[in-house]
Design a protein around this ligand. Structure first.
Ligand code: ATP
Ligand code: MG
Length: 565
């Protein structure tokens, strides 16, 4: 899309307005170049999706470009598996970057030269203080810092030491390069921040070439400058770093991108921090980064989320300047809306209870035509098989039903979806008083679509043929944390104590209708009345089908009752 096509129908936000004004005033020749700059130290999460949609979305909307750049300045935490997963996730979300993938590590030589430039300008120095001492000298927000005793080294001495830092003469942490700004600045980021550290770690791309690595703060702004980024969009915590980035760009006399900060996404009942998500993975509280309970893109994909639903969510939450927490219910709503349009309705019984229709002829099998999706006329129909022995959901029968229980009870009638009205005649129990079977009768004249003789049947149940249904495993997911705000949960101060112990329930004896035999990993369905489910991307096989519950139906009961009217 180019700028002429901007219809203003897209939901606006203050960043989009800035971009529009820049185009109108031909600022930076009217060029729009954004970037998405992940650090490859974990998998992407839904917060990153917000940033991806924003950066790629602006570039697409205004005919600009958007780079993908891996900010790989910390080799001790970064790995190629993360790079690969990030690439896969961005593509899956439906975005394409401009040109080749970029890596900050490709700029290491340039960054090193710029560090020398700062030394020569007498605004950078090699410091021998160790990390603790630097911290002590730094002061506090209310108390200014102290100059390091090494602050006034000569240019020659600094040049000499910095070169020797690069050549590997000093041990890790023995020396750092610092900017020489102002130890009394009200902004702690300006109190002579560290620019380079000695670190002997194998880098996922440069291997052992370097033992000296730039700090993120020295690399980030300069990388944006190298790429001639016009709008360098980042989250609010970098607002206080902006004066430092501006300072460096000015001293180096290089191209100056405009940094704009926006509020990061926080989502209820989960955490959006790679560090904490990594802890969940490492301590095996989840099965991996792509565990369907994780707020990662890969976890959500496995759970059954669609790229469309995630993009829709990112549109709806908008972009603001103030931090807030978005309700998980909104994310689920976006998924439900999308899946409602596109998924076939099928019948699956998650907790089976046997039901025998005693007046239905033994051995008789009826093929019933069932619509696949009332929301989608093009979705067609399929055949389902009806016979004497069926399964229904255990929770759809009650011996002592309360008044408004419109499902099955002794002596009561319900409709079986797509089929007949049945009446419960007898309840069979085992020695422990568990209900093992229901004996029912059916009304042969009550077939769906036919006459019902003016009877008011309030309940409609889903079912499967006992003879034809297949066994399946279904994994039911709930919130990962008990508290809506796990990062600030007084009752559960540690990550582990706040975890919801009921976040996963595995049902191993489910029965699914035979049509599901043709499902493939990643296929999504609405199990009538039970929610939306997705054939597991990793473990589903036709012989042992495994489905993940993506999301519940808002009000499963009202919905199906309405559909049957
Ligand atoms: P985390 O705190 O999860 O480790 P991060 O900010 O360190 O996240 P990066 O890999 O540096 O992760 O992030 C890449 C981009 O994604 C950055 O521009 C960052 O601002 C953005 N981003 C990260 N988390 C969020 C979030 N929760 N909401 C919006 N944008 C985010
Ligand atoms: Mg980061």
């Amino acid at each position: 899309m180019n700028k002429e096509n901007d219809t203003d129908s897209a939901p606006s936000n203050f960043i989009r307005e800035i971009v529009k004004e820049d185009i109108a005033s031909n600022n930076r020749e009217g060029r729009i170049c954004t970037r998405f700059p992940p650090e490859p130290n974990g998998f992407l999460h839904i917060g990153h999706a917000k940033s991806i949609c924003l950066n790629f979305g602006l570039a697409t909307e205004f005919g600009g470009t958007c780079n993908l750049r891996f900010d790989d300045t910390n080799p001790s935490k970064e790995e190629d598996v993360y790079v690969q997963s990030i690439i896969e996730d961005i593509k899956w979300l439906g975005f394409n970057w401009t040109g080749e993938i970029r890596y900050t590590s490709e700029y290491f030589d340039q960054l090193y030269d710029w560090a020398i430039c700062l030394i020569k300008k007498e605004v950078a120095y090699v410091d021998d203080l160790d990390a603790d001492e630097i911290k002590k000298y730094r002061g506090t927000p209310t108390q200014s810092g102290k100059d390091s005793p090494f602050r006034n080294r000569s240019v020659e001495e600094n040049m000499n030491l910095f070169a020797r830092m690069k050549s590997g003469e000093f041990s890790d942490g023995a020396k750092v390069l610092r900017a020489k700004i102002d130890m009394a600045s009200g902004n702690l980021n300006m109190r002579d921040p560290v620019l380079y550290r000695i670190l002997r770690a194998n880098h996922h791309r440069t291997g052992d070439k370097w033992c000296l690595y730039p700090m993120y703060d020295f690399a980030h702004g300069q990388s944006d400058s190298i790429e001639k980024i016009t709008h360098s969009i980042c989250t609010l915590e970098f607002e206080d770093h902006r004066p430092l980035y501006d300072w460096m760009i000015e001293k180096l006399e290089i191209y100056h991108p405009q940094q704009i900060e926006f509020a990061r996404l926080n989502l209820g009942y989960t955490l959006l921090s790679k560090r904490k998500l990594l802890q969940l993975v490492k301590e095996e509280h989840v099965s991996g980064w792509d565990d369907p309970r994780m707020p990662t893109i890969s976890g959500m994909r496995r759970r059954g989320y669609t790229p469309e639903s995630i993009r829709d969510f990112c549109d709806r939450i908008g972009v603001a300047k103030a931090n807030s927490t978005v309700e998980m219910a909104l994310l689920e709503h976006c998924l439900r809306e999308d899946l409602n349009k596109r998924t076939a309705r099928v019948m699956a019984v998650l907790r089976p209870l046997k039901l025998t229709i005693i007046n239905y002829p033994e051995g008789q099998i009826e093929k019933i035509t069932a619509e696949n999706n009332p929301e989608d006329p093009k979705s067609g129909t399929r055949k389902i098989l009806f016979c004497r022995e069926l399964y229904i959901e255990q929770e759809d029968f009650m011996e002592d039903p309360p008044k408004k229980f419109f499902r099955l009870a002794l002596g009561k009638e319900v409709r079986l979806k797509h089929a007949y009205i049945i009446k419960c005649e007898e309840v069979i129990k085992d020695r422990n008083e568990n209900i093992t079977e229901l004996k029912c009768t059916y009304d042969p004249d009550s077939k769906t679509g036919g006459l019902t003789a003016g009877r008011k049947i309030k309940g409609t149940l889903h079912w499967v043929s006992a003879q034809h249904a297949k066994k399946a495993e279904v994994r039911m997911y709930n919130h990962l944390f008990v508290n809506e705000n796990p990062a600030n949960d007084q009752a559960h101060p540690t990550l582990n104590s706040g975890l919801n112990t009921d976040s996963l329930e595995i049902l191993r004896d489910c029965r699914i209708e035979p049509a599901l035999e043709e499902a493939k990993p990643g296929d999504r369905f609405q199990f009538l009345r039970m929610g939306y489910f997705c054939a597991d991307l990793k473990e589903f096989t036709p012989d042992s089908p495994i489905f993940n519950r993506a999301v519940t139906l808002r009000d499963s009961w009202a919905k199906v009752t309405k559909q049957n009217k």
